[in-house]
Design a protein around this ligand. Structure first.
Ligand code: ADP
Ligand code: MG
Length: 327
């Protein structure tokens, strides 16, 4: 409980897209290399996320659904340097309290898999054998079936599906080494193969952000004093006014941060004399001990231990990358 109190709590289940974010993050934390997502009716009727990760043992299956049951943080020192995407142990418990959830898994050590089901606040999970290759599948049906007040906040199927797609694109941009697919109402809409080389990565970015972004982008890769910034920034010739084409990841986690935006905007204006919203897909990597991700579960915030240093590094790195190609 002490540890639980030290972890910023919050409601993570707002809509189908937020369920998918939590499930996909769990699959990534489980070391999956292939993640297949399926939705029906914008995710309200069905969400299914299937992975080939390390799986959950028969004994741990019922535990995975109980609140604050996480296998990821061992002690407070770990909380100082979280390397997994999840660590609160709330997502599956929260989701299963507002939907019909079926969790099927196989660790690969047993011949077949096992599954548990939970429905609404009835947390009594029934354990039963179930065929499944190594990995985990989570099926979430009838989201908010027992909470009409929350169901009221859901928008049209089209809008909810759009958010699902956005969330998955953001996640697919965060992990090039993993393959992702998205099926909507029985039809495969996206399939992104694992991308390891730079051309493969650029192909995925072009698929997700549009070819025009990639055609007008500068590649950045700067490594200095334990900080690395890499990715792509669009030049002003990328004219589509796309305010939301701003993807920034810190150690593989999507974030939105004033300090980061400021450093990028400043470098952009300084070199290109251009005040428009810059478009970018950028990755910052640093020692996990130098960044605090335990700020708020749904807001994409982080706190840098030395924010001045990070700001300067971002500004200088982008300044250099842009100045090198300035026409
Ligand atoms: P958290 O991710 O914060 O630990 P969750 O409620 O999201 O909490 O998940 C609870 C636990 O269930 C995880 O700590 C993990 O042990 C297990 N789990 C959930 N999803 C998966 C998965 N796809 N593969 C393996 N284990 C999983
Ligand atoms: Mg989780």
């Amino acid at each position: 409980p002490r540890l639980a109190n030290q972890i910023a709590a919050g409601e993570v289940v707002e809509r189908p897209a937020s369920v998918i974010k939590e499930l996909v993050e769990n699959s990534l934390d489980a070391g999956a290399t292939q993640l297949d997502v399926e939705v029906e009716q914008g995710g309200v009727k069905l969400i299914r996320v299937r992975d080939n990760g390390h799986g959950i043992s028969k004994e741990d299956l019922p535990l995975a659904l109980s609140r604050h049951a996480t296998s990821k943080i061992i002690n407070l020192d770990d909380l100082e340097a979280v390397v997994t995407l999840g660590f609160r142990g709330e997502a599956l418990a929260s989701i299963s309290s507002v939907a019909r959830l079926r969790l099927t898994s196989n660790t690969g050590e047993e011949e077949s898999g096992w599954c548990v089901e939970a429905e609404g606040r009835d947390m009594e999970a029934r354990l039963a054998p179930a065929g499944h290759p190594q990995g985990t599948s989570v099926e979430v049906r009838d989201l908010f079936f027992n909470t009409p007040a929350r169901r009221k906040f859901l928008r049209t199927e089209r809008t909810e599906y759009g958010r699902v797609e956005d969330v998955l694109k953001r996640l697919a941009l965060s992990r090039f080494a993993q393959g992702f697919s998205l099926k909507n109402n029985g039809r495969v809409v996206h399939s992104w193969r694992p991308a390891t080389t730079q051309p493969e990565q650029e192909r995925r970015v072009a698929q997700i952000c549009g070819p025009a972004f990639m055609e007008n982008a500068v590649h950045v890769d700067i490594d200095r004093a334990g900080l690395r910034l890499w990715g792509w920034v669009a030049l002003p010739t990328f004219s589509r006014s796309q305010a939301d084409l701003q993807h920034f990841y810190v150690n593989g986690r999507a974030i939105r941060d004033k300090l980061v935006s400021h450093a990028i905007r400043q470098a952009y204006q300084d070199v290109l004399y251009h005040g428009r919203h810059p478009a970018f897909v950028l990755y910052l990597e640093l020692d996990p001990g130098n960044v605090d991700v335990n700020v708020h579960p749904t807001k994409h915030e982080v706190r840098f231990r030395d924010s001045r240093l990070v700001h300067d590094f971002l500004f200088r790195s982008l300044h250099k990358a842009l100045a090198d190609v300035r026409p």
